[in-house]
Design a protein around this ligand. Structure first.
Ligand code: NIG
Ligand code: FE
Length: 421
């Protein structure tokens, strides 16, 4: 078949394997790395990937060729945990944080998530849309082509819906593809203080059916944490959500280990997220239940904690892991996947191949987009991140600098040398 376009002579192309399930344990160490590689594209899809001069059968009179000596290509990065849509920002809490006040203490004083809830409730659709669009632009400029986005700064139907509507609108308007997660159980709103069960009932009885009805989210998530929602409460909400056809994610073992991981394993959640405090027992359960461990090292960095999620142990015990930014105004104000990836190497001891698998094929599985993206398998969408790097180790080693040269989305050039086209 004749290609529309062929990208040739990459120093290396990182091609994750897609065995039909997320890469687990030792599988995370494997990948095909093609030297002097090319990627042929037709109708926005990957047509062929190979080494050296592209096969003559791929080239017709209208085939466009671009050469990429000195560069590498990977599948577009997938950021599978973000709190994309919010009002305001929280730099006013930064001084407190630097003075040593903890994240949960700031929240208990009515700050933290609750201060963003106030700002989000006050923000119009248009304000939220423009702010989120700007964040998505940053993400795209740093190589992300698919992004998961959670609600959870409304904590009432009107504002949660506004957040979900912004995600749906940006999914249409922005080149990045979005995956929507409903997370009204992100904190207990002031109106329900001391009354979390009533709030959960309100979510279950009023909000979840409306989200389903409007097809506004694919996943349901909850913040299972000390002083937020207990494991029993997480089990209650997520089992109801599961019965209604939602796929599940859960914020678990972030600051304290209180049983969120058990809930994830028991209910077959797609993914458990954060896991800084994961125990050996929890890891064994997640491994057994095939729950993906979604690790967010930039949050650990930003919370100025010493303990990163035990990624090495998870891989040794056979888990599949992903990495993502957790982009949010409080615990992780960044939009740079490369930084999260670099911390995966520097602070968690992952290898570059493990990190690249985590943010491509495994992340695709974690957001249920494995049929379309996450690898350069023939027939998948041609989402490609091109780095100004001589080999695949380099973007993990040369840190805190945006090394993205270009980004293709569905076969179309959308970022070129720091500019969105
Ligand atoms: O993943 N942990 C809960 N949610 C976010 C933080 C949100 C916020 O602080 O605004 C997180 O870290
Ligand atoms: Fe989060």
């Amino acid at each position: 078949m004749i290609a529309d376009m062929i990208l040739t002579h990459f120093n290396q192309i990182f091609c994750p394997n897609d065995p039909g399930h997320p890469l687990r344990g030792p599988e995370m160490k494997t990948a095909e790395i093609i030297s002097d590689g090319y990627i042929a594209i037709k109708d926005g899809l990957v047509l062929a990937v190979g080494s050296g001069e592209p096969d003559a059968s791929l080239i017709g009179p209208h085939t466009v060729m671009h050469s990429y000596e000195g560069k590498i290509a990977t599948p577009g990065l997938i950021d599978c945990h973000t709190h994309l849509v919010y009002g305001g920002s929280r730099e006013h809490e930064f001084a407190k944080k630097l003075a040593g006040v903890s994240y949960l203490d700031i929240l208990a004083q009515g700050g933290g998530i609750l201060s963003t809830v106030k700002a989000t409730r006050e923000a119009t659709f248009d304000t939220l849309y423009q702010k989120s669009k700007k964040l998505l632009d940053y993400m795209l400029l740093h190589g992300a082509t698919t992004v998961e986005a959670k609600s959870g700064y409304g904590l009432n139907w009107e504002t949660e819906k506004r957040q979900l509507d912004v995600v749906a609108a940006l999914d249409k308007d922005h080149p990045i593809d979005l995956v929507s997660t409903f997370m009204a159980a992100h904190a207990i709103p002031e109106e329900y203080k001391g009354n979390s069960q009533d709030y959960l009932d309100h979510i279950v009885e009023e909000m979840l059916p409306a989200v389903k009805e409007g097809n506004l989210a694919e996943f349901c998530d909850i913040f299972c944490e000390k002083n937020v929602f207990t494991a029993e409460e997480a089990h209650y909400l997520l089992s109801k959500a599961k019965a209604m056809g939602f796929k599940l994610r859960i914020h678990a073992d972030e600051i304290a280990s209180i049983g969120g991981v058990d809930v994830a394993a028991e209910l077959g959640a797609t993914s458990a997220e954060h896991l800084m405090m994961a125990t050996d027992e929890g890891i064994a359960k997640m491994s057994e239940a095939k729950v993906i461990g979604n690790l967010l090292p930039a949050t650990t960095f930003s919370l100025m904690e010493d303990t990163y999620a035990p990624a090495r142990k998870m891989i040794e015990k056979g888990m599949a892991i992903t990495l993502s930014t957790d982009s949010n105004p409080g615990s992780c104000p960044t939009a740079n996947m490369q930084f999260a990836m670099q911390l995966g190497c520097f602070m968690m001891g992952l290898t570059p191949i493990e990190v690249l698998n985590a943010v491509t094929i495994n992340a695709a599985y974690s957001v249920n987009r494995q049929e379309r993206v996450g690898s350069l398998t023939i027939g998948k969408e041609a989402d490609i991140a091109i780095f100004d790097a001589p080999n695949i180790d380099y973007p993990l080693y040369f840190f805190a600098t945006n090394l993205i040269h270009q980004v293709y989305k569905k076969g179309k050039l959308i970022v070129d040398q720091g500019r969105i086209l």
